[in-house]
Design a protein around this ligand. Structure first.
Ligand code: G3P
Length: 217
């Protein structure tokens, strides 16, 4: 499973990218607003740093306007994936941009039917939002499973990009199901390293090393 990092914070992307943990980056208008940066500038900086796909989201609602924004975003770099919402206008924009050879990430997906439409429209990525479904007592992981089954049934090449990931468990669950990509905030990716038995074991090893006076350098 590929790891995308879901942030527009340059320092945080760099730290994970230097460790080889970043296969791509996703942003959205809320993350750009949080960064306080200009969307074109910060997106260019991210594209220069990361070789994988970098999602940048349109803010228009009508198809013609979305297309103009998408084409402008696509010019930032070759690794841009234009992010469009899962609306009828977004699907139209997806089809046109995909036909032009631009990667498209269709976002705000909450049902298997929406994912089916995005695949038919030629999306490179479909972004089902797990956490937001869990928030309303629906099962986000079940949606990932359903989309995996449907795409595999028909050989759709659209990549399942699990989004709205809130916990380290979401990451391993998505990997078990077979999501192609999971995008998560940096703190969730770092939390994947945590285990209480690792901490406990390390404390015991350090105590014994101190007692024995072990020195290596
Ligand atoms: O990738 C989509 C993500 O940014 C949404 O996450 O936590 O706001 O639901 P969240």
């Amino acid at each position: 499973m590929k790891f995308f990092v879901d942030t527009a914070e340059i320092d945080q992307i760099k730290e994970l990218n230097d460790l080889g943990m970043v296969d791509g980056v996703t942003t959205n208008p809320s993350l750009i607003a949080k960064s306080g940066r200009d969307i074109l500038e910060v997106t260019k900086e991210i594209c220069d740093m990361v070789s994988g796909p970098v999602s940048a989201e349109v803010v228009a609602l009508e198809a013609d306007d979305m297309l103009a924004e998408g084409r402008k975003l696509a010019k930032i770099a070759d690794n841009i994936a234009v992010k469009v919402p899962l609306t009828w206008a977004g699907l139209k924009t997806c089809k046109t941009l995909s036909d032009e050879g631009t990667m498209v990430n269709v976002t705000l997906c909450f049902s298997a039917n929406q994912a089916l439409l995005a695949a038919k429209a030629g999306a490179t990525f479909i972004s089902p939002f797990i956490g937001r479904l869990d928030d309303i007592n629906l099962d986000g992981l079940e949606l990932i499973e359903d989309i995996r089954t449907i795409y595999d049934n028909y050989g759709f090449e659209t990549n399942i990009l699990a989004a709205s990931i809130r916990s380290a468990n979401h990451m391993s669950d998505c990997a078990k199901i077979g999501a192609d990509v999971a995008t998560a905030p940096p703190n969730v990716i770092k939390a994947m390293a945590n285990h209480v038995l690792t901490d406990k074991g390390l404390a015991a090893f350090m105590a014994d090393a101190r007692k024995a006076g072990i020195k290596i350098v």
